[in-house]
Design a protein around this ligand. Structure first.
Ligand SMILES: Cc1ncc(COP(=O)(O)O)c(C=O)c1O
Length: 370
């Protein structure tokens, strides 16, 4: 194996020459943004590929999250997970909404549905769960709670591109689902994102909001933002779609190879494969137990010294960050499982161009470390 560093991910890039004809079209028609031809094509192509009804493209996933909350006029308190990327909770603060953290189920790393009801107050208006690592949340249980209490559900589905649950797109659950097409994600447009929604009226409102609130040339219906995806991003998305099946297939092969190689390593636990799910192998988390010869951070460092750059996703917890740690729901006693997992997790490198020999080398280092 070469001594080149192996990072936790590497963006998927199709051959450069395949992108040139797309750029030529943009140069010819001189439409660079504002719902141009590639933007329209990509919205339709993604609906078809993902098996969803409506989708609004965005410049990135974070602006899409902020806008999703605006579109449904969410306010007051929102129940969410501390075990995620900071953008989940930040999107709430950008809307002056108070995040209420609820503990996770250690088998899925997603919001524990048994803990949601006790966190509901008269101010609660919505639940924002995350399909962490692309593993489905307890979508039926969460919907039942939302229906009972009259709450909206907005999924942060940044990790869930292409995931099928019970034979259908996972993105069909909840009132809205938000995707990220950031460089590190399974499907990338350099930066990018989308809101998936079930009906045309909601998409219309989202489209106003992502374009400064313009409903027509002279009518502004809301204090919207500039969240539009540009034509270069959208054209790149069209090209990426030609390669996505291949990229997902390779990710799943790597996941299977890691699972086999690490299954019997004492002191290393893997998350159980989620039931009824065709996943996307967007991440490969391992948990370092007490009976492993090294602590989590020592293993993380040992890997790094060998040029293998895993990442401690998600450590520290969002609830431990300065802008959140004062909230009553951020107290460690409230979030025991989230703390246990955050203290034990390392995500291993996984991306389509990772070679079998590199997967084997990562697994061998973990199996032999002392
Ligand atoms: C769970 C989660 N939510 C939100 C985001 C934000 O998406 P973006 O980087 O596209 O703004 C990310 C990743 O970056 C993420 O992992």
């Amino acid at each position: 194996m070469s001594n080149k560093p192996i990072y936790v991910t590497q963006p998927y890039l199709p051959p450069l020459e395949e992108f040139i004809p797309y750029l030529e079209q943009i140069w010819d028609n001189k439409i660079l943004t504002n719902n141009g031809p590639f933007h329209k094509q990509l919205e339709q192509a993604l609906c078809d590929y993902l098996g969803v009804e409506h989708l609004a493209l965005f410049t990135n996933g974070t602006i899409a999250l902020v806008t999703a909350l605006q579109a449904l006029r969410i306010s007051g308190e929102v129940i969410t997970t501390p075990y995620s990327f900071v953008a989940t909770a930040h999107s709430l603060l950008w809307n002056n909404i108070k995040p209420v953290f609820v503990d996770i189920d250690p088998d899925t790393c997603n919001l524990d549905p048994d803990r949601i009801e006790e966190a509901i107050t008269p101010q609660t208006t919505a639940i924002m769960p995350v399909h962490c690592y692309g593993n489905p949340c307890a979508v039926e249980r969460i919907q039942k709670i939302a229906d009972t209490y009259g709450l909206k559900v907005i999924y942060d589905a940044a990790h869930a591109f292409g995931v099928q649950y019970k034979g259908e797109s996972l993105l069909k659950h909840g009132d809205l689902s938000v995707l990220s097409f950031h460089a590190t994600k399974v499907f990338n447009t350099f930066e990018g994102g989308a809101i998936v929604c079930p009906d045309a009226r909601t998409k219309q409102r989202i489209d106003y909001l992502k374009n400064f609130g313009f409903a027509d040339e002279v009518t502004v219906v809301a204090p919207g933002i500039n969240g539009k995806m540009n034509e270069v991003q959208a054209a790149f998305g069209m090209l990426q779609l030609e390669h996505i099946d291949e990229a997902l297939k390779r990710r799943l092969e790597i996941e299977a190879r890691y699972r086999e190689a690490l299954a019997d390593v004492a002191g290393i636990s893997l998350l159980p494969p989620p039931p009824d799910t065709h996943g996307n192998a967007s991440y490969f988390p391992i948990l370092v137990d007490d009976d492993y010869p090294l602590g989590r951070d020592a293993l993380y460092q040992k890997m790094k010294d060998a040029g293998i750059h895993g990442r401690r996703y998600f450590y520290p917890l969002i609830s431990d960050m300065p802008m959140y740690r004062g909230l009553p729901s951020a107290m460690a006693e409230n979030l025991k499982h989230a703390h246990q997992i955050a203290d034990r997790v390392i995500c291993l490198p996984i991306y389509p161009s990772l070679l079998d020999e590199q997967v084997d080398a990562v697994a061998a280092l973990i199996a032999k470390a002392k």
